[in-house]
Design a protein around this ligand. Structure first.
Ligand SMILES: *Cc1c(COP(=O)(O)O)cnc(C)c1O
Length: 393
């Protein structure tokens, strides 16, 4: 079985491009060009140069001494938290801004929920001097004020989405509407491995730098390119896709996907998409999503804004259904405890998204010789308020 995308844009039965006719020319232009553009030596050179000098790659693969001792196994952290802007999202926005330039686009639009993808997009637009419009739900604008300020400082226009639940899915609808109205000069930078083909594949390829580095870094540390486990949290699934990418077809390497259980999988306040989701179409892709009996998307919940997405990318839907990856869901409380533990044992304050991945060590027993690589997708600065409230610091 193959776990990567096929020529038609499918992962097993998931994926595809279910889009309104008026969006077809835009998506088709991208589909016909993305692989060609990415293969150009000039593109590769510019992409890799920016990853090195601007993002600060390679990000370290760090062996945790005290955390490993505590859980009696070998735990490595892939330090995406050390990237410029504090998470893995910049890998993708750098790639897509270069793609946009190659396709002759000078206007960039994006959707954002918590604002992290909006900030990563506004950052690369400033870098390249391109106009940037970020759609964001009115409710999210109110609860994510620091990221709204960051986007404005970086020169972006933040447009409130005032329809529906006034959150991420409504912002995405507004961005799609904008793209339909501006097909010639505009590129839509999607922030995860979601959306119509070719987005999930394109974003996974840009994030694949994560597993490319893990291989040679692990060779240096352990004399092997293969970990026993790769662990990552999953919102839409892009840091996981990047961390898994070069191990997908290597079944010796076990993949663990960690979803947000919120207040508990059965509490009605959760974002555990694969467990709770059913097949459906969201944002142009056939995948698993949380929905009511009549097919309306249900509002997800997680203490971590970045995992608060009602769907999951088609690659992950396939990894779940095929059993290639093990899916574990972690509650708010367990994630917060694991986040604080990393602070105390290693001196690293993780993003709450990444804390979900760290929480699996309380749930699952590993062997002393197992090499477990955890994608530390982001740093916790943005989450300080939440940590303060939770632990009454
Ligand atoms: C956005 C975000 C995530 C979730 O997005 P994926 O596409 O699933 O990777 C995870 N961690 C951090 C730090 C984020 O900012």
């Amino acid at each position: 079985m193959s776990y990567n995308v096929n020529e038609k844009g499918y992962y097993g039965k998931f994926g595809g491009a279910f889009i309104p006719e008026m969006l077809y020319p835009n998506v088709e232009e991208l589909r016909q060009n993305y692989l060609k553009v990415m293969a150009e030596p000039e593109f590769q050179k510019e992409f890799n140069q920016l990853l090195k000098d601007y993002v600060g790659r390679p990000s370290p693969l760090y062996f945790t001494k005290r955390l490993s001792e505590k859980y009696n196994t070998k735990i490595y952290l892939k330090r995406e938290d050390l990237n410029h802007t504090g998470a893995h999202k910049i890998n993708n926005t750098i790639g897509q801004i270069l793609m946009a330039k190659r396709l002759g686009k000078n206007r960039i639009i994006a959707e954002t929920g918590a604002g992290q993808h909006g900030v990563a997009t506004a950052t690369v637009c400033a870098l390249m001097g391109l106009e940037c419009i970020v759609y964001m739900g009115e409710i999210d604008i109110a609860r994510q004020a620091p990221n709204v300020a960051r986007m404005k400082m970086l020169g972006a226009t933040v447009v409130p989405a005032t329809s529906g639940s006034k959150t991420l899915k409504d912002a995405t609808n507004e961005a799609i509407r904008d793209w339909i109205n501006n097909p010639i000069d505009t590129h839509y930078i999607i922030g995860s491995v979601v959306g119509p083909h070719p987005y999930p594949d394109m974003v996974a390829r840009f994030q694949a730098i994560i597993s490319e580095e893990i291989k040679w870094q692990l060779q240096e540390h352990e004399g092997t390119t293969k970990p026993d486990y790769v662990v990552a949290c999953v919102g839409g699934g892009s840091n996981a896709a990047g961390a898994y990418y070069h191990f997908l077809d290597d079944e010796d390497v076990q993949l663990i996907a960690v979803e947000a259980a919120g207040l508990g999988v059965d509490s009605g306040e959760s974002a555990a998409t694969s467990v709770l989701g059913r097949e459906g179409i969201i944002h142009g892709s056939k995948t698993l999503l949380m929905q009511t009996n009549d097919g309306q998307i249900t509002e997800p919940y997680s203490i971590s804004a970045g995992l608060d997405y009602p769907g999951v990318g088609p690659m992950h839907a396939h990894l779940y259904k095929s059993g290639r990856a093990e899916f574990i869901s972690i509650t708010d409380d367990d994630a917060m405890t694991a986040g604080l533990e990393l602070c105390k044992l290693e001196g690293i304050i993780p993003a709450i998204e990444s804390s979900h991945a760290l929480a699996i060590f309380e749930k699952k027993q590993f062997q002393p010789n197992d090499i477990v690589v955890v994608s530390l997708s982001g740093r916790g600065d943005k989450d300080l308020e939440t940590y303060i409230k939770h632990f009454k610091l």
